[in-house]
Write a protein that binds this ligand. Sequence first.
Ligand SMILES: Nc1ncnc2c1ncn2[C@@H]1O[C@H](COP(=O)(O)OP(=O)(O)OP(=O)(O)O)[C@@H](O)[C@H]1O
Ligand SMILES: O=C(O)[C@@H](COP(=O)(O)O)OP(=O)(O)O
Length: 462
Amino acid sequence: MKTIRKMVCLVDGEHYLPVTKSALDMLDNLEHNEVVAVVFIGGTEKLRETSEEGVIEKLGRPVHFGDNPHEIPYDIIGKVIEEYDADVVMDLSDEPIVDYSKRFKIATIVLDMGIPYEGPDFKFYPISEHDILKKPSFKILGTGKRIGKTAVSAYAARLIHKKEYNPCVVAMGRGGPEEPEIVHGDKIEITPQYLMEQSDKGVHAASDHWEDALMSRILTIGCRRCGGGMVGDVFITNMKKGAQIANEVDADFIIIEGSGAAIPPIKTDKHVVLVGANQPLINIENFFGPFRIKMADLVVLTMCEEPMASSNKVKRIIKFIKSINPNATVIPTVFRPKALADITGKNVLFATTAPDSIKDVLIEHLESNYDCKIVGTTSHLSNRPLLQNDIEKYIDEADVMLTELKAAAVDVATKDALKAGLEVVYCDNIPLVIEGNYESLPEAIIKVVDSAITAFETRTGA
Ligand SMILES: Nc1ncnc2c1ncn2[C@@H]1O[C@H](COP(=O)(O)OP(=O)(O)OP(=O)(O)O)[C@@H](O)[C@H]1O
Ligand SMILES: O=C(O)[C@@H](COP(=O)(O)O)OP(=O)(O)O
């Protein structure tokens, strides 16, 4: 037997009330649907009856109003959903009361309460979350691709390990394995030759769980996903299986890592949200950027330097994040490369996915910190033909291929370098907090870990 859907409808004064009433009656007459309440979200043009009592009488059901008739009562929408324990919100309004941006704001509120938001030609679903983890956990999600989720995930795993908790990472990626794959970064030595063997077997050996395992030397579990919706759900993923494996392995804290702007469909105790200051402001401040930001206990704002982001842009993003999620800690950072093996005095060919515009900063950092010479750089690690051209250009001058473990790092960069007799050294991206009055990143991460452990213990009585 299907249950009845309790529906809250959003209506306005830009529709003639009898027209709105006929839509409400129609929705009410649908089998399995009950309009439990109406929220009046503004407008006057078609109202002959302007008193609240008059509108309630004309619509024939409970109607809720905000204090200011010229503003959408976002808070009232949330309260009404709660009061009526609604299952869905149906929007019967239109321009000029709602526009695209206002609808995304409404959607953010509704979806955050775990129910769908519908209109005549759209339906947004809340994200799915499997409640299956049997250990304390947090998840790392982001507002876009290549903004540092993996770098921060690996950094957090190392910190947690130092605290003598035993973490594992479950990562999903679009190049992940058909069946969740365990990489024992804690036990095996992940050498370039070992990664080549994996790659020759058809494995995407530069997938995020390999990167996490190499950078942090902990156990990781790799999963795949296809598709990413606007809110953050994926179309398919084997992450549920991956999370179940995490319950069984020798680890006592679980980091669940997202892919692109897709949110891992696994319920966790806390959330770390990565936002790239290099991203267009519209994607951070509008659409479903705020939905992700509101989930955060900690926001790591990455790429906070020129030319990716001016200091004014960074300040504006921090202010915006604090305005919509005042409880979250916000830490602005930049990334700097760290070689995982000695490259002192070597001639280095550096392969990265970082944009060309930051190349000189990264070269300067490597040369001054490692006393090496960067004889060539390619920022085409994720474009195989261009990468191959760049490698051919510089390979004769280099002793070492220094590469991030991403994209074509194994099947092209490592392979070509080994073939040419070069040493291959992998490179991590370390988040550093920018100058200013900000919390320490390690402390903020450990705070999230501790609060996740407390939340887990409270939730499970453990
Ligand atoms: N100083 C910098 N400025 C801009 N980009 C940088 C800088 N340093 C590193 N990067 C780039 O930042 C990105 C960080 O990638 P990271 O993998 O951590 O992000 P992600 O969101 O997890 O993506 P993926 O899942 O592909 O690994 C890389 O492309 C790296 O080359
Ligand atoms: O493309 C993706 O799904 C991952 C990387 O995938 P893998 O290479 O790890 O499979 O990158 P992200 O979007 O997290 O920045």
